[in-house]
Design a binder for this molecule. Structure first.
Ligand SMILES: [Zn+2]
Length: 404
């Protein structure tokens, strides 16, 4: 399916109808997957009068209840129940294998589009009292006049960005990623950018100044003061069609030397234009001197860290911080994991190295809300796609609701 809008697609209506049809005559229903997707589905089913018995997970973490619904392990689940499989598509085959092993073939795979459809059709209510110390962190990448030709779907238009910032400034206390959170009880929203695109300076910074809103930019340092592109922007320039995803998957795990080797196969310069150029030293200094923008590190070469040697992980973490500290003369104590997936892009070894390198906080890229006492080395962040203000507010209210 191409770019359907959430509200008016007949195709999405069909998906929702099919989903509700699956529930008919069933009163023993599980949702396999207690992440965002599973929680969106539960909210939608509940609004339609359908109660589920439990969320099922492959491994139980420390959550054993979500909104009064038990979270059980697949080993505790009952094979006679009906399972909605509702997790990232990359895990679906594993999940199918898990329930087949238990002798159950009674399931329905809830795909990404169905999740989008149910989310758009659920009325979320932000909790009237937000827990003390809650931090809702937003993750942006690029802000540009247009979000067309946005290969990786990471651009928010400056018009939408301004509406979002104005809304946040009017409705929330806006905190900072690099301030002391342990003693700060005030629930807040925190704005972050990953990668360090120069468009943050050109298009986002004037808006942050206009509304006096602070933000943190996590800068990947290799291409500062150059016209070189990030490796993933080189890859999108090559436009290798259906191979792109697979090559991206390989390159993110590769070492920087292997990645360079790959691009040497293509006789071209890969020069960055203004949409994907990285910040210059002068721009970084101006951002930081404004007092509104803080810097965090985001490695030197943007690899998926857990696939790198320990030595390379130390290099990526130390070198990026040192470079930023030399440019600004200010300490850099925060970090964000490239790609940011827990046990997909970083693991416990990476987290340990982040601490050993002296960082005080690290940002992940899975959705959620940070509450007082949560792990400061895996702070959830909510990725922002280009969307209208009503959709932005709907997404925020949905997250406050499912993660409260
Ligand atoms: Zn990044």
């Amino acid at each position: 399916m191409a770019k359907e809008t959430l509200s008016n697609s007949a195709y999405l209506e069909t998906l929702v109808a099919r989903l509700l049809n699956e529930c008919k005559g069933k009163d023993k229903i599980y949702i396999y997957g207690a992440g965002a997707r599973g929680r969106y589905l539960e909210g939608f089913l509940s609004e339609n009068g359908i109660k589920i018995k439990a969320f099922v997970e492959t491994c139980i973490s420390n959550t054993n209840e979500i909104k009064g619904i038990p979270v059980i392990s697949v080993d505790e689940s009952d094979r006679n129940y009906f399972y909605f499989l509702c997790a990232s598509m990359r895990y679906i085959e594993d999940i199918k294998a898990q329930i087949h092993k238990r002798g159950c073939k009674n399931y329905y795979v809830v795909d990404e589009n169905t999740v989008l459809a149910v989310k758009a059709r659920t009325h979320y209510v932000k909790p009237s009292t937000i827990r003390r110390g809650s931090k809702y962190v937003l993750l942006y990448h690029s802000v540009l006049p247009s979000a067309d030709n946005d290969y990786w779907n990471i651009t928010v238009t400056k018009e939408n960005f301004e509406e979002q910032i104005r809304y946040l400034a009017d409705n929330y206390h806006i905190g900072r990623f690099d301030e002391e959170w342990e003693t700060d009880d005030e629930p807040s929203v925190v704005i972050t950018f990953d990668d360090g695109y120069a468009n943050n300076y050109k298009f986002a910074f004037p808006i942050l100044k206009k509304y006096h809103v602070p933000a943190t930019i996590f800068v990947c340092t290799e291409n500062i003061d150059t016209k070189c592109k990030f490796w993933f922007d080189k890859l999108s320039e090559l436009d290798l069609k259906e191979n792109t995803k697979e090559i991206h998957g390989t390159l993110r795990k590769s070492s920087s030397v292997q990645r360079e080797q790959f691009f040497k196969n293509f006789p071209r310069q890969f020069l960055a234009d203004e949409t994907c150029r990285i910040l210059s030293s002068n721009e970084i200094v101006e951002l930081v001197d404004s007092g509104l923008v803080s810097l965090g590190a985001h490695t030197v070469t943007h690899p998926s860290l857990m696939f790198q040697s320990k030595e390379d992980q130390f290099f990526e973490l130390n070198e990026s911080r040192n470079r930023l500290e030399i440019i600004t003369g200010k300490e850099v104590l925060t970090f964000s994991y490239p790609f940011g997936g827990r046990n997909i892009d970083y693991d416990n070894t990476t987290i340990k190295i982040v601490g050993e390198c002296g960082y005080k906080k690290a940002a992940s890229a899975f959705a959620g809300i940070h509450y007082a006492g949560d792990d400061l080395y895996q702070i959830p962040r909510n990725s922002q796609r280009n969307c209208s203000l009503p959709d932005f507010i709907h997404n925020m209210d949905a997250n406050w609701s499912i993660y409260s």
